[in-house]
Design a protein around this ligand. Structure first.
Ligand code: GUN
Ligand code: FE
Length: 466
């Protein structure tokens, strides 16, 4: 992962060169379908935009394209026999500061876990020096594990949030970054006044929008932590900011039964938890609500009506024993659904782990829940799981025109997977074709198989130079 200055220079140079990728690739064409391409070509320009894709290509076709576009051998990336490209992964819900205590307190449920581990650890990010170290760790780890796009929560601290955005910018990831808002029901050492919260949030939005002018990969997201920690007045003003700047919003919704009871108690005047966000202008077509484990039908209808997105965080839902989200039901209702790690309610940073845990969650639903007519819910298939982790996440973040699969006009955010990588956790044999190799990697592979990670066509993690 560590790059020498020479490697870094080479990668920078390659970012500004058009390239032809020649070999196998796998991606979703839609929710239910994966396309497996054996002899493919993906042609990208110097800004990482996909200009052409070809299936069933030959060496002759490659040579023809090379000549047509005046490209030398240096501009051609030939994948090895067993290697393939897949789209970069989209983590629609991750708390960057929580990386520092990943895997702690997993015997607790949400509200005790927040009080015992989360708030004390997050409060340490008032130190910018601490933030610089921790945020570099988490962004590098995500890239190394193939997360090319992340939707981050920071902490309440403006300066530390700027540090997170700067590191994302420097390391080349695509991300939304949010300054967390908390003005009630929070410990003395980790709380803001309403005015301060709104003022710092607006300052952060301006900072991010300025950064976005030079680097369109980074963008602000409003981040009221959840209803219990945000007063009505704060939520109202954040709703105003969402409208003023037309930016996305993220929060937590119906994660845990105790949390839902608490919200009922705090807002008896409104019919549901979802209705509280809606009342304050925080439920829009740019909203990303994490968890949504215990939504009522009315709440699902409201989310659908407002075209808000849902981040499915299966690992966290198991680890904090929040419940099991019925994603099949959400998909049947045509909701926008993506996947999130929810580090560190979820203790695994890898989106491949999120895929596997989502598979187990959906199998659990298939055994335990029935529709009104008594029929069982089908478990999620490989294509659907991959969709949630790529194109589905892109849709939830409003980025489906830019990323999520290898379609002409989108940006090349990709992983170069090597099933024969040194120390690979699995092996491929002569009986393995592209289908079995891909499925093996999804279920058994890990970061050791991710040889290169591309964002906008630029190499942002490279194990071949490690
Ligand atoms: N609800 C409010 N804050 C949090 C958080 O940090 N993690 C999770 N999983 N749920 C929350
Ligand atoms: Fe969360």
């Amino acid at each position: 992962m560590l790059q020498t200055p020479a490697d870094f220079a080479a990668n920078q140079a390659s970012a500004s060169a058009p390239r032809l990728f020649y070999g196998r690739f796998v991606h979703n064409t839609d929710l239910e379908n994966l396309e497996y391409v054996n002899n493919g070509i993906i042609f990208i320009d110097e800004a990482g935009k996909i200009l052409e894709t070809h299936k069933d290509a030959t060496e002759e076709k490659l040579a023809e394209l090379q000549q047509q576009h005046g490209l030398s051998e240096e501009n051609v990336v030939r994948l090895g026999d067993k290697q393939f490209l897949m789209p970069g992964l989209v983590d629609t819900h991750i708390h960057a500061p929580q990386y520092v205590f990943t895997g702690s307190g997993m015997d607790l449920q949400l509200l005790e876990w927040l009080e015992t581990y989360t708030f004390p650890r997050e409060s340490a990010f008032k130190s910018v020096e601490y933030a610089k170290v921790a945020y570099r760790d988490v962004v590098s780890q995500l890239l190394r594990n193939g997360t090319t796009t992340a939707c981050y929560y920071g902490t309440i601290h403006l300066e530390a949030c700027k540090v997170l955005a700067n590191i994302v910018d420097e390391l080349g990831q695509r991300a939304y970054v949010g300054k967390v808002n908390m003005d009630r029901n929070s410990p003395d050492y980790y709380i803001e006044t309403t005015d301060d919260s709104v003022e710092k949030t607006e300052e952060f939005i301006k900072y991010m929008l300025e950064m976005n002018k030079a680097n369109p990969r980074v963008y602000p997201v409003l981040t009221p932590r959840f209803v219990p920690s945000c007063s009505g007045e704060l939520m109202r003003q954040l709703g105003d900011l969402a409208r003023k700047y037309d930016i996305p919003i993220q929060s937590h919704l119906c994660e845990n039964k105790g949390e839902i009871e608490w919200v009922k108690h705090l807002h008896p005047e409104l019919p549901s938890y979802t209705a509280v966000y809606d009342h304050y202008g925080l439920l829009t077509d740019k909203t990303i609500m994490a968890h949504c484990v215990h939504l009522t039908q009315e709440e699902r209808e409201l989310i659908k009506e407002k075209k808000a997105g849902i981040s499915h965080c299966a690992k966290s839902n198991f680890a904090l024993r929040s419940g099991v989200c019925n994603v099949r039901q959400l998909l049947e209702e045509d909701q926008k659904v993506g996947m999130g790690t929810d580090v560190s309610g979820g203790y695994a940073i890898s989106m491949f782990d999120a895929i596997r845990t989502s598979a187990i969650a959906s199998q659990t639903v298939s055994f335990t829940e029935k529709r009104a007519d008594g029929s069982a819910y089908e478990h999620l298939k490989l294509a659907e799981l991959l969709h949630l982790a790529t194109l589905g996440g892109a849709k939830v973040m409003g980025l489906e025109d830019r990323i999520g699969n290898f379609v002409v006009g989108k940006q090349f955010d990709a992983l170069l997977i090597d099933p024969s990588a040194p120390e690979s956790n699995f092996h491929v044999y002569s009986h393995d074709d592209i289908y079995t190799t891909f499925e093996k990697f999804i279920y058994v592979g890990d970061d050791r198989n991710i040889r290169k990670v591309y964002v906008d066509g630029r190499v942002v993690d490279n194990k071949d130079t490690a």
